[in-house]
Ligand binder design. Sequence first.
Ligand SMILES: NC(=O)c1ccc[n+]([C@@H]2O[C@H](COP(=O)([O-])OP(=O)(O)OC[C@H]3O[C@@H](n4cnc5c(N)ncnc54)[C@H](O)[C@@H]3O)[C@@H](O)[C@H]2O)c1
Length: 485
Amino acid sequence: MTKSLKVTVVGTGYVGLGTAIMLAYLGHEVVGLDIDQAKVDMLTNGELPIYEPGLDQLLLDSQARIRWTTDYATAIPSADVIFICVGTPPNPDGSPNLKYVAQAAQSIARNLNGKTQVVVNKSTVPVGTGDWVARILEENAKEYHVNRYLVVSNPEFLREGTALFDSLYPDRIVLGSDSAEGIERMKTLYAPLIEQSFEPPAYVPRPAGYVEPELVATALSSAEMIKYAANSFLALKISFANEIAGLCERVGADIGEVARGIGSDARIGPRFLSAGAGWGGSCFGKDTSALISTGLEYGYDMPILQAAIEVNTRQRSLIISKLQMHLHRLKGKRVAVLGMAFKPNTDDLRDAPAHDTIARLNELGATVVAHDPIAMPRARREWQHLNYHEASSVLEALRGADAVIIATEWDEYRNQNWGAVSSGMRQRVIIDTRNILTSRPEGVTLEQIGKRQMVAEPAGQAGAQFADSVTVAGASVAAVPGTLS
Ligand SMILES: NC(=O)c1ccc[n+]([C@@H]2O[C@H](COP(=O)([O-])OP(=O)(O)OC[C@H]3O[C@@H](n4cnc5c(N)ncnc54)[C@H](O)[C@@H]3O)[C@@H](O)[C@H]2O)c1
């Protein structure tokens, strides 16, 4: 039987919404609080302000135990546990902007009830922020009561697009606090997850063989560091795959085969070894930069992370280089960009590779036609500074195009009949930055990442010609000649 606690979740973005709705599903009484009135109005009307597969259904199933508000005065005093899930976007120097965390902590403090309440930081924050939040609580609380505010760090590891699965069946739950009571209270809150005693929703079934998450209880500062270290490691794994991919292109090896060969080593593991357009999204860029900036505060360089960022930046410019290799001057050329979200199954556009690609195409004078199955309405609001036409389908995007860039690996793109849809292009050049095409359609020039380019055969000649030279990021090197049928 779940012991139902009263929970307030401050910030109802990608993390806060998932957290609030999941906790209501597990049987707790939840209030979701945001300062954005429009968001709260939508949620009160049963609409979600973000796209996350299955979240609408989980909300329907949990609606009786959740309400939404902008009012701290009604949301905080009755809460046993208060989560801070506000954004921590990067400052221009790479350090995280903690102003939303400070504002949330001040507003929470002014409404604490004077009895013991747990304040949980789920936002990704630098080491030491938990102590800083505790100080804000003490300084701003109406009455100062030592040990009345138990501060816990509970970093979030969900992936947008599979947030429900990640939240219900996590690999581990990290709880960091310098207060044993704070950790105990969090264990009570998460008991249904820790014991996996909840009824799994039919639309997010418990995976076969999954038993229960590992509970990692740590000091406050270690939990804060775990989040940054985890994201940084994943980011550098992707950058490593991309760096090897560049060499594969030069020596005539295939990064897909190489990744399979190294990923099957249990010490390495197969995930996050996909070469492509590089990482994007709201976390990897921000968190690697934040860790470097924390290092700088202590006079400590982090060259591995610096290099991972450099490789990621280079990877983005590679897309345009590959395009220029085939179209040469881009001024006046029509280029279709498929996929705007930073990855499939989300509408999140933050730090999406497609953004930088479109921006560069704008600078170079190309005409851009863009498509995304989900993220176009958000792009209409957030990418007003970019110049592109929207296409309502892949077919429409490709009609008359000189090239197409596949920027996001949506299933809709994976499952296209590329031979058929590309037949309406002016030049059938496909730059597949996500390596989703498994073969080259006849008559098409196909560029992928970490694989030999396949140039369309001259009319009447079967089989693609491998290029006899590959130009990557400015360098031109010989490639092994051959034919692929
Ligand atoms: N998005 C992810 O995949 C992910 C994964 C793990 C961790 N995180 C971390 O979680 C945190 C939140 O990320 P997100 O993607 O959900 O951000 P988001 O921008 O989607 O949502 C933040 C929300 O906080 C609200 N907010 C800001 N100030 C507030 C205040 N004073 N009071 C109440 N609400 C306030 C905003 O209106 C917004 O709705 C960040 O630190 C991020 O690094 C994100």
